[in-house]
Design a protein around this ligand. Structure first.
Ligand code: MN
Ligand code: MN
Length: 319
């Protein structure tokens, strides 16, 4: 955009050590007003009662912020000074009502709308994946129907679970039904593991999404997977949703519904770095359940995925 100096960036970790201070994402300033000079905002969505197995993702934002203290401002993989290019804040957490999806969704939408209206890209920290429906309601209210790029071992396109519509297994069914997505620009990557029936992966295809199961993605390799994503999403606005269970549980064990046969952290980095050019208008990283994290591994993976997304946004700015 311009070569202006960004207004918001992280604390200088060469002046005060990274383990000091109040934990915001990457030591960014906590800002909730004056969004004029902000390019991207980290937002916690600590709602986890859409989980159908392990719960506890309400503590995901806190854990990811804690692990993110390790991040440094220069992205060596893409040679990008992320926070020189991008003005980024930590917006804090949006309010939720534990146990009540619809009430929470309303508050999440209200919390995210000011960001979208100000042209800020929200990068949400989940929370379980049910929050994506609320995020998409806010995104589509400003941007219209968006393309979906979903990295996940599950399709999350059931119409209901236990006879109720809103869980972490259903957000993208309802998003499609509500007209929040452009299915012709939507793709799900990484699906794997035991399912209830063959129908589980037919539903997203019937909704009009492209589905690239993990078997196929492993065979293609990450660079060709990235090309498929870029081709599918095109140049229109994209909602990017990263369920941390995309990553193999060897690297990211602390998640709601882990599935083996997943991707390494290096594969994730290769894939994400190949996605430059997507018009990311909203992103999330969800399903971190810190209670099961043995050495902060999963939170560290999530923090670094957010950092890769920031690097993509930074690369979209003029040097
Ligand atoms: Mn999911
Ligand atoms: Mn999943």
């Amino acid at each position: 955009m311009t070569d202006r100096k960004p207004r918001y960036g992280p604390a200088d970790s060469l002046r005060t050590p990274r383990f000091s201070g109040v934990r915001t994402f990457a030591r960014l300033p906590h800002v909730t007003e004056d969004l004029e000079h902000v390019d991207a905002a980290i937002v916690g969505i600590p709602f986890d009662t859409g989980g159908t197995y392990r719960v506890g993702a309400r503590f995901g934002p806190e854990a990811i912020r804690s692990a993110s203290a390790l991040l440094r401002p220069f992205h060596s993989g893409s040679a990008v000074p992320v926070f020189e290019r991008l003005s980024v804040i930590d917006y804090g957490d949006v309010p939720v009502v534990p146990g009540y999806f619809e009430e929470s969704a309303g508050r999440i939408v209200e919390g995210l709308l000011p960001l979208h209206r100000a042209g800020v890209v929200p990068i949400a920290l989940g929370g379980d994946h049910s929050v994506a429906l609320a995020e998409l309601r806010a995104t589509a209210a400003v941007h219209g129907p968006v393309g979906l790029v979903q990295l996940d071992s599950h399709s999350d396109t059931s119409d209901s679970y236990f006879g109720v519509p809103y869980t972490h297994g259903t957000p993208f069914f309802h998003a499609a039904r509500e007209g929040l997505l452009d299915p012709s620009r939507s793709i799900q990557v990484g699906l794997r593991g035991p399912v209830y029936s063959a129908r589980d992966w037919e539903v997203p295809r019937r909704l009009g999404f492209e589905v690239l199961p993990a078997t196929e993605a492993h065979e293609l390799g990450m660079r060709r997977v990235a090309a498929r994503i870029r081709d599918r999403a095109g140049s229109g606005p994209v909602f990017f949703s990263f369920d941390v269970d995309f990553v193999d549980p060897a690297y990211a064990p602390a998640t709601g519904t882990p599935e083996i046969g997943g991707f390494t952290t290096w594969e994730v980095q290769v894939l994400l770095r190949e996605l430059a050019g997507l018009d990311l208008v909203a992103c999330d990283v969800v399903e971190v359940v810190p209670e099961y994290d043995v050495a902060q591994n999963t939170a560290l993976v999530a923090a670094n995925v957010v950092y890769e997304l920031l690097a993509l946004l930074a690369r979209a700015e003029d040097a």
